[in-house]
Design a protein around this ligand. Structure first.
Ligand code: ADP
Ligand code: TRP
Length: 330
């Protein structure tokens, strides 16, 4: 039997090429060899997105992004977290086995507390219980589906460790392997896709490139990538340049070498380097953009696929919950 891979993406912003290279593309590769279960973590997004229209639109955007890049719902179990009520029941179950101290030590929560301290705010400012217990809900997402591996970015490693801790506490208590112990699968090479300003591409930094922008907008954005102030004639160092760093992610070895030579020879302005990057991005993403536009314009079809996914997912989740209830004497 194939091993089970599961991951989720929160609909908290328009997907960018960092999400594509760091999460979606490797997950779709993995789906060739694993029994894959990929979902939209919309209840996780509710912690921060309170406007219903935005949450609804972003959910469709994430769904259409997965599908545009080739997720095949016949091969991958694809669903929306909020369609699976058993996940929330499991989350309550897991809470009974989760030490509060474990949550106090979670990086994401600690980062918000640290920011509050720095800004002379109360420690609890802007922290809802959803954020505090985020790792428990994420553990429920994972443990519900007998997951073996969880492909995620390195920032999520601690969350998987917490899921392991909780699962072990439950198996130990009932003296049987009720829950499968998951492990993280971290894609090191694609860890840090730089954004327009050279920092990690992230919606929190407002430095993202969406893969589905219309041609003109894409070009305009690429022209905004931050570079140094060297003049046209000067020789330039490609290894210290965001434009080249992004180009490398998409270009062949020989294309990379050609651009490298143009940097090192001098006589090439930043506008030219950016134009080369833009043309590459356009070449890579234009066919996906076409898929995306078709899919996002047929929301009824997206709904249908997610409903079908939810039905299949609930066959699994109801069994997991039954197993736990039986073991617990509930
Ligand atoms: P953001 O930083 O924009 O809020 P998320 O945290 O929602 O993005 O990321 C969703 C997924 O995309 C995660 O698995 C994460 O590892 C991956 N990812 C996000 N930004 C990048 C990046 N700049 N480079 C590589 N992977 C990224
Ligand atoms: N916490 C993940 C993130 O911020 C999203 C997520 C929610 C997830 N549940 C998950 C990822 C379960 C993997 C498995 O990116």
């Amino acid at each position: 039997m194939k091993k089970i891979a599961l991951t989720g993406i929160k609909p908290t912003g328009t997907p960018h090429i960092g999400n594509y290279l760091g999460a979606i593309k490797p997950a779709l590769e993995l789906a060739k060899n694993y029994d894959a279960r990929y979902f939209i973590a919309d209840y996780h997004a509710l912690n921060s997105i309170k406007d219903p229209k935005s949450l609804n639109e972003l959910t469709y955007e994430i769904a259409a992004t997965w599908l545009a890049f080739g997720l095949n719902t016949k091969e991958v179990l694809f669903y929306k977290q909020s369609d699976i009520p058993e996940i929330f029941e499991l989350s309550v179950f897991l809470s009974a086995f989760t030490a509060k101290g474990l949550m106090n030590r979670a990086h994401a929560y600690k980062a918000v507390v640290a920011a509050n301290k720095e800004n002379n705010k109360d420690d609890d400012f802007n922290i809802n219980m959803g954020l505090f217990t985020y790792p428990v809900l994420m553990a429920a997402d994972i443990l519900m589906f007998d997951t073996n591996v969880v492909p995620v970015g390195k920032d999520q490693k601690q969350h998987i460790e917490i899921a392991v801790d909780i699962a072990q506490a439950i198996n130990y208590n009932y003296k049987k392997e009720i829950l499968t112990i998951p492990e993280p699968l971290i894609n090191q090479t694609m860890e840090l896709i730089p954004g327009l300003d050279g920092r990690k591409m992230s919606k929190s930094y407002n430095n993202v490139i969406s893969p589905f922008l219309p041609t003109k907008k894409l070009r305009k954005l690429v022209m905004k990538i931050k570079t140094n102030s060297q003049g046209i004639e000067e020789a330039k160092n490609p290894d210290e340049c965001n434009v080249f760093a992004l180009y490398k992610l998409f270009a062949s070895k020989s294309e990379q070498n050609d651009l490298r030579k143009r940097y090192e020879a001098g006589g090439m302005g930043w506008g030219n380097a950016k134009q080369t990057l833009f043309e590459k991005l356009e070449e890579v993403f234009a066919p996906y953009r076409e898929n995306y536009n078709t899919i996002i314009n047929d929301k009824a079809e997206i709904d249908r696929m997610l409903r079908e996914g939810a039905l299949k997912a609930r066959e699994i989740s109801s069994k997991t919950m039954q197993r736990l209830r039986n073991s617990a004497g509930l």
